[in-house]
Write a protein that binds this ligand. Structure first.
Ligand code: GUN
Length: 292
């Protein structure tokens, strides 16, 4: 039976380190890091995530601003809001919750965020810096995944890592980090996805398997090399007929029989994503007082 990787406990540890920097900013510079989150529309999951981001910011003594707009907001109004937040000196980090409604050009919105306030790490300048091996803001979920590994004493160095999923939010940046010449990297990384042939066979090569494919219980025991470390980025709500509650991309019961370590859902990657968002926001504030 696999050991659980306790994302909640590791996130708490990172929060306490972040709190030390927040105290230093307050004592030495008289400022509180400020995070603005923009929520468009009524997606229930997005509302929950945005609520958690605001609550965590306040709990750590940060300034929290949540800007909500209706689903039919005009693109120009959203662009003006982001520009206004770019110029607001008490705001060090800006996050626009995704997905946005179809009539909004998501790229246009992300490209408008000041790259020095882009704590989500999604602006092309920040993606470019990450790809060039000089990360400024690492996107929060990939950052959480690599911190989970390192702090669980699982070094990616020299390992076969398979990343299931190729999204800009998770798959691509996490693969980039894990193959980089940094403490998070030095792995041999394969990126695969729903169109890959022989998925189970490719996944069975992995010493470390990272699933971000966005399908309920997709990864079963036959995808896992005995003793592999499994990181489950997925989070899905189960219907009443399915037994209710939450599950990940990984069929936890069967996979935990074969893996050596595994993240639970909830309580694995989820809390880490928020902890790393706080870390990035505090880093943005630290850079703002040091003149970037
Ligand atoms: N929606 C789901 N995950 C994320 C994330 O990490 N950032 C943003 N902006 N939206 C999301």
């Amino acid at each position: 039976m696999a050991t659980l990787i306790d994302g909640k406990a590791i996130a708490k540890l990172i929060e306490s380190e972040t709190l030390d920097d927040i105290s230093r900013l307050r004592n030495a510079h008289g400022i509180a890091p400020g995070l603005a989150v923009v929520l468009v529309g009524n997606d229930p999951a997005s509302k929950v995530y945005v609520g958690m981001k605001g609550k965590t910011s306040l709990r750590l003594g940060m300034t929290s601003v949540t800007e909500t707009r209706p689903a039919d907001v005009e693109e120009n109004e959203l662009l003006a809001l982001v520009t206004q937040l770019n110029h607001e000196p008490t705001i060090h980090g800006i996050l626009v919750q995704l997905p946005l409604p179809k009539h909004i050009d998501t790229h246009k919105i992300i490209d408008t965020i000041d790259p020095k306030k882009d704590v989500d790490g999604l602006h092309p300048q920040n993606i470019g810096l990450l790809c060039a091996g000089r990360p400024r803001f690492i996107p929060c979920t990939p950052y959480g995944v690599v911190e989970l590994l390192i702090r669980s004493k699982v070094s990616p160095r020299g390992k076969e890592v398979v990343v299931l999923g190729r999204s800009n939010l998770v798959g691509r940046p996490v693969a980039n980090l894990l193959s980089s010449k940094t403490k998070y990297g030095d792995a041999t990384v394969t990126v695969c996805h729903s169109r890959s042939s022989s998925l189970p066979e490719i996944c069975r090569r992995a010493d470390i398997l990272i699933s971000a494919i966005g399908q309920k219980k997709y990864v079963t025991a036959d995808y896992i090399k005995p003793g592999a470390v499994v990181i489950d980025v997925g989070i899905h709500r189960l219907s009443e007929e399915e037994g209710g509650g939450l599950c990940g991309d990984v069929d936890f019961q069967s996979v935990a029989e074969v893996a050596s370590m595994i993240t639970p859902v909830p309580g694995g990657v989820g809390p880490m994503t928020i902890a790393m968002l706080m870390r990035n926001t505090v880093d943005a504030a630290l850079r703002s007082v040091s003149g970037f």
